[in-house]
Write a protein that binds this ligand. Sequence first.
Ligand SMILES: Cc1ncc(COP(=O)(O)O)c(C=O)c1O
Length: 440
Amino acid sequence: MIKRDRSKALFERAVKVMPGGNSRTTVWSAPFPLYAARGAGCRIWDVEGVERLDFLNNYTALIHGHAHPAITAAVAAQIANGTCFPMPTEAEVAHAELLCARIPSFERIRFANTGSEAVMMAVKLARAHTGRAKIAKTEGAYHGSYDPVEVSQDTPPALWGNGDPPTTAYTKGTPKGILDDTIVIPFNNAEQAERILRAHRHELACVLVDPVPNRTGMLPADPAYLATLRRVTQELGALLVFDEVISFRIGYRGAQGAFGIEPDLTSVGKIMGGGFAVGAVAGKAEFMALMDPRAGKPAVPHGGTFNANPVTMIAGRIAMEMMDEAAFARLNGLGDRLRRQAGEAFAVAGVPGQICGAGSLFRLHMTARRLFDYRSAILTPAESAATKAVTEAMLEGGILISPQGMGCLSSVMGEAEVDRFTEVLLAALRAVAARGLAAE
Ligand SMILES: Cc1ncc(COP(=O)(O)O)c(C=O)c1O
C-alpha cells in the first residue's frame, strides 16, 4: 500500500485555495496526487518520506536529476548577486552562444520562460514572415498551452470519421477562428499530410511537428515523413517548425541532429533551463530577425519580465555544457538498455506490451499492436486500466514514472538504476497479469 496520509492532508488544504487543488493539469491524478518533499540526484522523496528512483525527472526537464552540485553552486552564487534585472546579462549571451554553436539551424535564439511560449513565438514568427494565417499540426500532438496548437490534441474516436483528421477544440471556448486557422495532418502518414498541406498552399504559414511526440505515444517520427514535411513546406513557402521541447534531449544536436533534418525554427525548453523555468525559439537569422528591435518596433515584439533571467541562463548553460557528445552517447546507451530490457520483461511476464521512445525517453504501452500514429496509440479502456495498475505497482516498488507510463533517464543514473527499473517492471507486469488486468 502506498502511504498517502500527508499528501491527503495537503490536498485538503489545496482544494480550499486552488481549483481542484491544482496548478498543473499534468500532475493531477485521482483521487489526489502524491506531494513531493525533495530530490537529490536520481532520487525523489514524497512528503511521507518514501524514497523512489525518479524516472520522470519533472516530465523530462531534468537531464541531470535533482540538485546537481555544479548547477546548485553556480545558481547559489548568482542568487547572492540578484535574480533578475531590468538589463540583459552576460549569462544570456553565454547560453545563446553555446546553443547556437552546437545546432546548425540555431543561427539566432530568443529566450522565454516556458515551452508554451517558445511554440507561440515560433507560430507568430511564421505568420509574420509569410503573411499567412494558417498553421498545420499533427493530430494528437501536445505543444503546450496556446490556443492554436491545442487544437485536435485529444480528438475522440467518435469524431475520427473516414476522411482527413478533424479540427476539434481542446479547451471549451476555443474561438471558431482558431479552429478555422488550424489544419490537422496525420502523424507519420506522409502522403495524406502532403495532400492536405497542398490544399492549403496559399494560406499556410507553417507546419509544426514534434519529432518524438509524447502524447502520440512517444513514437519517433518516420524520417521519410519528416523529409516530406521539409520538402513540402519549402515548396509551399511555409516554415517547418520543430517542437523539441521534450525531444531536444535525444541527441547532442537535438532531435533535428538525430533525424538529420533542418527545420526553419525550433521551439525548445525543459532540459536547456537546467531545472528552471525556460523556453526558447531558435532558427534561421532571416526569420529570427523579425524580433530584432534595432530598426524600431519589430514585426514580432516580445516581452517577458523574466525572459533570460541570469539564474535560468546559468543553470541552463551548465546543464548543457555537461551534456557533451560523450554524455549524450552514454545516456542514450542507457536508454537503449532500458528499452531492450523492458521489452524482454513483457516477454518474460507473458504480457502483451511494448516500450517506445528514443534516446533517453521511453513510454510503456500495454498492447502488442503496431503503433505508428495518434489513433493507433490511443489507449483502449483495458489498456488504460492495465497502465494504471502497472505504474502504481511500480510506484509501490520504488520507481516513479508518469501515470501514462512515460519516463526518461538522467545523467546521474547508471546501469544499476536501469536494471532496478527492469526488475520492478517485471514484478509489476506479473502482478497485473495475475490480477487478470493485462490487455489483449
Ligand atoms: C512537446 C511539448 N511542447 C511544448 C510544451 C510546453 O512546455 P511548457 O510546459 O514549458 O510550457 C511541452 C510540455 O510538456 C511539450 O511536451
